[in-house]
Design a protein around this ligand. Structure first.
Ligand SMILES: NC(=O)c1ccc[n+]([C@@H]2O[C@H](COP(=O)([O-])OP(=O)(O)OC[C@H]3O[C@@H](n4cnc5c(N)ncnc54)[C@H](OP(=O)(O)O)[C@@H]3O)[C@@H](O)[C@H]2O)c1
Length: 326
């Protein structure tokens, strides 16, 4: 059985979750893809830190050069976070002839055309299922089984933290600040929640979704973005009186202008839904991605948009599809 050697950049929630699944499901994975997966390196900031996740016999290193210069590494998994150095590491790995899998929407959305071009130039795969919707396999669905559709609309609850906050406000009548503090205490929200609550994370994901569904790349900073930090309990109670829920939505859709020309519209903003729309029932930390294709009609994918194992599951799916093709 061929052994595929890989390196994982990052051993936090995503890198660690990936290692956990590789350990938990090793036998069935290797039987399914008829390959052994060997994790040669894990890149971290601090090699001496105690870690809750298995390291699978990999060498922990803080040197990316050691990884990129090792010709035996065929696949690099990027799960560092932030735009740099993650984007430069992905570029270098592709230039060095390695396939890349990433969960990092910020680095990918900011550099989408350049990274895709780099992958094409070097005849390598760049896969990123985990970057939008965590464990939900919507990107693979858009680019594989649904690829024969013309998409008229993509829309989603793309951020679990904000959905959790809005759900708790609706369900329990708590203020935005009370729920945010509770979410931070439970680890559902970051200490600095700006990227989530101001819609920046959702804009990164919408940029990637639109690039795949519409073949139009919009830099996330060009997407009009409004978060949820100004939503009051009064807004929620008013919505509730009308049988509505407020959700933070990333939305891209085609609309005809006055000359009948189709224009792509996009935004991230809080929107109201009644129970007639499937988005209404998506609560707490769950994500949903709703798409409308001219052949398939309406589809909605629902599931865990974050967390070590759901996100690790999506990263692993990409890793295995590359490993199988080698
Ligand atoms: N968490 C989720 O549920 C989730 C879901 C979907 C996508 N993502 C994306 O996945 C990526 C990783 O998220 P995460 O939650 O796993 O982050 P995390 O828990 O903060 O882990 C980051 C890991 O990367 C290492 N690291 C960071 N910068 C580094 C650098 N410059 N050099 C070497 N190592 C470095 C850290 O090393 P140390 O351990 O030594 O500190 C840590 O192991 C992010 O792009 C995130 O947006 C996350």
């Amino acid at each position: 059985m061929k052994t595929v050697k890989i390196a994982i950049l990052g051993h936090g929630n995503v890198g660690g979750g990936l290692c956990e699944i590789l350990q938990m499901n090793r036998q069935l994975i290797e039987e399914r893809i008829e390959r052994k997966i060997h994790v040669s390196y894990i890149l971290v900031n601090n090699v001496t830190k105690e870690r809750p996740w298995p390291t699978l016999g990999a060498k922990l290193t803080d040197s990316f050069d050691e990884i990129v210069n090792d010709n035996s590494i065929e696949i690099v998994i990027e799960a560092l976070g932030g735009i740099e150095p993650a984007a430069s590491y992905m570029r270098s790995a592709l230039e060095a002839g390695k396939h890349v899998v990433t969960a990092n929407k910020a680095a990918l959305a900011a550099n989408y055309p350049a990274l895709l071009e780099k992958a094409q130039e070097n005849n390598r795969q760049l896969l990123f299922e985990a970057s939008v919707g965590g464990g939900i396999p919507a990107l693979t669905a858009i680019s594989n089984p649904l690829q024969g559709n013309e998409f008229t609309e993509v829309m989603g609850i793309l951020n679990g933290t904000t959905n959790y906050i809005l759900s708790k406000m609706w369900d329990e009548g708590l203020s935005y600040d009370e729920v945010l503090a509770d979410a931070q205490a439970k680890g559902f929200a970051e200490a600095d929640p700006t990227a989530d609550v101001e819609g920046i994370d959702a804009a990164n994901k919408l940029s990637i979704l639109m690039a795949l569904a519409f073949h139009v790349y919009v830099h996330p900073e060009k997407i009009p973005t409004e978060g949820i930090s100004k939503i009051t309990l009064k807004d929620i109670e008013n919505a509730k009186k009308h049988g509505e829920k407020i959700k933070l939505i990333g939305h891209g859709y085609w609309e005809a202008d006055e000359n009948g020309q189709e224009i792509l519209k996009y935004h991230v903003k809080p929107m109201k839904f009644t129970s007639e729309h499937p988005i209404f029932g998506v609560d707490n930390e769950y994500n949903a991605i709703y798409i409308n294709g001219n052949a398939v009609g309406q589809l909605m994918f629902y599931g865990s948009g974050a967390g070590p194992l759901p996100t690790g599951s999506a990263v692993l799916g990409d890793l295995l599809s590359i490993a199988r093709s080698l």
